[in-house]
Design a protein around this ligand. Sequence first.
Ligand SMILES: [Zn+2]
Length: 501
Amino acid sequence: MNFRKALIALVLLSGVLAASTVQAAPGLEDKLNAQWQLYKKAQDMLLRQVQRTDIPELKDRAITRAEWEKALTLSGDLAFSPQDLADLKNSQALRIQKAKDQAKQNSVIDLDKMRSADKAAQFCEKVPKGGMLHIHSSGTMDRATAVSLLKELDPVLDMTAVFQDIRESSGNVTLYPEEEAWLRKLPASADFLSLSGPDQERFTSLLFLPPGKQPFPRFNGVFEFIDFAIYDNKKKVSHFPEVLMAFAKKAAAEGVSYVEFTDMATPRMLSRIAVLEEKTGLVIRLNNSFARSRDLAALQKDFEGFSAIPPSTYTVGIDFLDNEEKFPALEAGQLLYGEVLQGDISGKINLHRTMHAGEIGDVRNPRDAMIMGAERLGHGVNLAKDPVALEYAAKIHEPVEINLSSNLRLTDVASIPEHPFLNYLRLGLPVSLSTDDEGIFGIDIDHECEVAVEQSDITYAEFKQMAFNSISTSFASDPDKKALLAKLTGQFREFEKTSSY
Ligand SMILES: [Zn+2]
């Protein structure tokens, strides 16, 4: 070997050596792990921020969207490429298919056969349901109860307050122009029974969601009318206990054993729950609702008011409601959820946390809710649009409260076959079925079971899993959960023994 050749060989060899010491480019797994670290860092940033009492103005203590996104974005060669995201989606699709095949094998009842024999209704009437984790007590009144209460109470239909509310809500509450025009034509302060039959019917229909897909502000409009049937404005008496009793009796009759309400934890509401439990045998718990339409200072006041209520075994957590499109999880909820998470970590606050996230609006809401410490997601439909956040949800087994009919009416889901709930379940998220505002939608849990069984390819093992998830991911105490799970196991044993499918 002459000198020249030796030099070339040396250069080549050093090149090989250098290449072998350079780290391989990060793969999808590395990038995902780096992303989870950023989620943790963002949560730490939130926890630091809620403790900054040196900043007097709450709004100045809030993390801005730009700061949040910067903290969550991977940079350089750790950033996700379009190919990474395609690979991630492929990997999820493969796992979904595998889980489905496995669930089919694990099913002692063949739902395919039942579907083709049109027997979903019989199945759903009998199958145990477990719990319902997403129930707004104010949305439980069914049509029969509303009709009979409106006739009994004959309320004065003074619309001034309704129109005032609609005006003040800056688009968060609406009626269609023709509905408003019709209401304005009614005599001022008319009694309900003084209206013609068709007008009585038209007024009654305002207590329910109009047919078809509806924008969220129109859904909010329904709540402007419900009180006319519930509150006797002549005798100053609330008929809410009867509305709740009708709901609870139906739920118990349909095989439900546990309900989590979202409502205000007022002493009056808690005493109503005690009566419902005693009369129906249901176990009922409550998550105190906070409205995301409130500004940060008002929300803080609401939280202080709620914290002043003596603790009750019925109150188990918090929930965050209303229009996600106008009031995203981060911007509206960070200080409330940050404070409750911080309190949970330090042992000062003993409250679970669920959040309406991924129903409508910013697709980042479910991700942000999880980072902000939400132990369950309400709806979570939009989680499917972010494969990285979905992967995180699968990794931490984030529970999702699914409300199929509600989602069909209010969210960006065109049909039940396109609803992501089964994909979530098959990826390992403990999802469960609930009814949201069953009175307003004219549904109940049997109906939701039928929708799931008839319009998706759910297997029996998966349906059963959802029923068990509805107890295991509830915010009930451990002894309550244990008793409820034992009861559910017995119910399924009996169901499977007597089932003819
Ligand atoms: Zn809801």
